[in-house]
Write a protein that binds this ligand. Structure first.
Ligand SMILES: [Zn+2]
Length: 398
């Protein structure tokens, strides 16, 4: 396949050739001769399959002005995308050293340099450039703030992220007069508050935790994470009915997250010593959203109250309606416990095979980019979107 950046080099070579052919009409006679020399030198590098040398020569030869600025920026961006950040920085810094460029063009080069620094992980330098841009270039304010947000998010500077994201909200939204335009900013704000809530919870500062969670829900009423954390706070402070209330709130916010509520729901009902209420909740949860996690919690409960036979019978019927690998693993486990001799050995082999199959399967997937993994990430490691990673559903999932 033809490498796109080599294509750009060839196009650049043609463009430079055209420019060099045109320039002698307006410039001193000796300058084009030097440029022609650089052009042929660059072409020679390209023909000898030395694209790096060719690129440097072409950049040197290509005068920086309003006509060639886009080409310089495009080549710099291409370098960044290829992972050659140092070279991208050099190209964009070269532009900033040209006072002949207009204010708008200088700001454009400024922004690209900030993007190079972000790619290189030089967050402090990128932050400085972006703050300058926000002050001096109103036309690039929104895009600069988005990048600033990326930096604060990566640095886990949650309060600074909140302060920046709030400025991206429409002003009328802050007065609660109109709905938000960009939902992703509200989602992010809710999660930033949840991050601060988690830190406060670690310090057992329950008052601050509750305040941050209240703020999170004010930005996004359907923030499942905030309700799960609120349930955790109430559980830890001994307010069990309130904890259950928050967990049940998740059911309405996004039923796909119902399985995430099951472990704490179980802990609450165990403390309340109310198996019947737990069983009722599990049945109701299954009606709202069929899930292997919820089903297996119910099977465990039936097993403890009515014995293995009742649990096996219940699970067998459930699996016939909605087959699942994890359900099958439990079904086999129940049979191992209640069989002997050759049959027990065979069930054990079957259990091992199912476990190996499950080991290879991811349990969560991002709805936005498809990133898949074993754990629930609130911030997708693939696309950096918040709240998009959810349990995989179906026979091989939940
Ligand atoms: Zn993603």
């Amino acid at each position: 396949m033809f490498d796109p950046w080599q294509l750009l080099l060839v196009v650049s070579a043609i463009a430079i050739g055209w420019l060099l052919g045109r320039k002698p009409k307006i410039e001193a006679n000796d300058v084009p001769a030097v440029r022609h020399h650089q052009y042929y030198k660059g072409l020679n590098f390209l023909l000898n399959d030395q694209p790096d040398g060719a690129l440097d020569t072409f950049i040197e030869a290509l005068e920086v002005n309003s006509e060639t600025l886009e080409t310089h920026i495009a080549i710099g961006n291409l370098m960044r995308r290829k992972g050659e950040v140092e070279r991208a920085i050099r190209i964009h810094q070269n532009l900033l050293s040209r006072p002949s460029l207009s204010r708008v063009h200088l700001h454009q080069a400024h922004l690209e340099l900030a993007r190079d620094f972000i790619s290189a992980g030089l967050w402090d330098r990128a932050e400085g450039l972006l703050l300058d841009l926000i002050k001096d270039a109103p036309e690039l304010k929104a895009v600069a703030m988005r990048h600033l947000l990326e930096i604060y998010q990566d640095e886990k500077e949650w309060q600074q992220a909140i302060d920046t994201a709030k400025q991206l909200l429409p002003k009328r939204y802050l007065l609660k007069a109109s709905p938000p335009v960009d939902a992703s900013i509200n989602d992010a704000l809710a999660h930033y508050c949840c991050e601060l809530a988690e830190l406060a919870l670690q310090k057992k500062d329950f008052h601050s935790t509750r305040n941050y969670l209240k703020q999170a829900l004010s930005y996004d009423r359907s923030c499942v994470r905030a309700s799960l954390l609120a349930a955790e706070v109430e559980y830890r402070t001994g307010h069990l009915p309130k904890a259950i209330q928050n967990l049940r709130k998740v059911w309405g916010q996004d039923p796909v997250f119902i399985p995430e509520t099951v472990p704490l729901l179980k802990a609450c009902y165990q403390k309340l010593d109310d198996d019947q209420a737990f069983q009722n909740d599990l049945k109701q949860a299954l009606d709202i959203c069929p899930s292997v996690t919820t089903l297996l919690a119910l099977v465990e409960l039936i097993k403890s109250k009515q014995g293995d036979l009742a649990a096996t019978e219940f699970l067998g019927k459930a699996l016939a309606e909605r087959p699942s690998l994890r359900g099958l693993a439990k079904f086999v486990e129940l049979h191992i416990d209640n069989s002997g001799g050759r049959a027990r050995e065979n069930f054990s082999i079957l259990q091992l095979l199912i476990e190996q199959l499950l080991e290879a399967k991811p349990q969560y997937q991002c709805q936005h980019c498809g990133f898949a993994g074993k754990h629930l990430h609130w911030l997708c490691p693939g696309c950096k979107h918040w709240g998009q990673v959810k349990a995989i559903r179906g026979a091989e999932g939940d």
